[in-house]
Design a protein around this ligand. Sequence first.
Ligand SMILES: Cc1ncc(COP(=O)(O)O)c(C=O)c1O
Length: 475
Amino acid sequence: MNEPWEIEDFLEIRENQLHIDGVNAVELGATHGTPLFVYSEKRIRHNIERLRKSASVIDCPLKLCYAAKAMSTMGILRAVKDADCDIEVNSGGELWKVLKAGFRGEQIIFNGTSKEEWEIELAIENSIYAIQVDSIFELSLIEKTANRLEKKANVSLRLVPDIKTGTHSGLQTALLTSKFGMMPEEAFKACRTYKESANVRIDGIHLHIGSQNPEPGAYEAALQMLFDSMRRIYDETGIELKHVNLGGGFPVNYLRDASLGSEMPHEQRQMFSADFEPSKAIGDAWATVTAIASDSDAKHLLDDMTLLLEPGRSIIADAGLCLTSVRNKKTRPVEDEAISNRNSRIENDTWLLTDAGFNILLSMETYKWYYHLISAKRADAEHKTAYKIAGPLCDGGDVYFDHEGSGRLPDHRLLPENVEPGEVLALLNCGAYALAQASQYNGRFLPPVILIKDNGKAELIRRRESFEDLIGSDL
Ligand SMILES: Cc1ncc(COP(=O)(O)O)c(C=O)c1O
């Protein structure tokens, strides 16, 4: 392995070019066109197995539910199912998709802050493992719906633990100021009220502290909070919960090359380069909670429970990348004072305009998300020439740097010298929250997706959109 981004048997340089599971990326780009998303089934399995190691550091069963919102193309859902992983959804639409992909009700958990009655009905009709309840109001709606259907809904209460992590403000989900979940007091009250309900069964509690959380300690605080709530629910109502859900949010290392990103604000850099082992974080959290449980004669509560995790990014982000071609090139004097001060050596910028914009990589604009960029065609060449890079959209924010001037992304990207239009580049670690958030903005076709199967075959799992797709829903 020569480059920090290389991953043995997955992302490698062979014959000077980028290969994914042994398949030549440049040839894939030539066959299917760019932009093109490419995923590795082997890497998805590897990531799921890595998370499953948490089962060996706890004394109760582990239920791993892939957060479908990170990427839910049907071929990816099937790959997740084939890896024996369960699933988390966030809408009736996602629920419908995962049922269609073959997930059974007992494999599905359902989050969401604004569930509608038809979505709740779909969940109840399919006897899903847990509807994760966002508020007391929602719980009453679930009971009413289950009563109408003459069924009993399995529910879990989503708590707001007031835990801040070092992630981006838009990815914080566990603060009192964030929009998710209910206060613990409300959950205790709900347990008292619904204990004897014929139509809802409160089986669990849930929280999710955010996405790309760089500190393992946050999981310890979160599990402790869940255990305290579990104990109080037992003490006050006698309900012994069957499951506790610690959410997702395990980080991916987007900045594997430690020499890069020096201009980023410290917290941003910490967040992008976070690389902790989930099973270590879970093991530490479990040890703390077990000690507390033993000291307080409440160990029996842990004996019969299942621990749920709902990771998305840590399963799919580094399993996918986006191939993009340079479509245009120009030179421009550096005029921005802040930028020229930071890079005093650069007088003229060479701009490369690609075919991958924020319509398919939304976080790059909204959260200034860093996706490492390399030349797929000349992957082994020295990447030392600085370019300003931008996408194809008619929008000044469609750039690969921080146009707000705060340095949250590098002003320039390093690629081989003399990059010309037609060269295929690769944006790495784009598997999560990219295509899942894509739009047809500017009349751009949503790109195709390739899944390189376990057997090494590159399979098209989503076709490139056509003119007709641009108007398919218009009347
Ligand atoms: C409730 C919930 N669970 C799970 C996830 C998955 O998080 P991640 O993809 O960071 O693992 C999210 C995403 O933020 C979420 O909101």
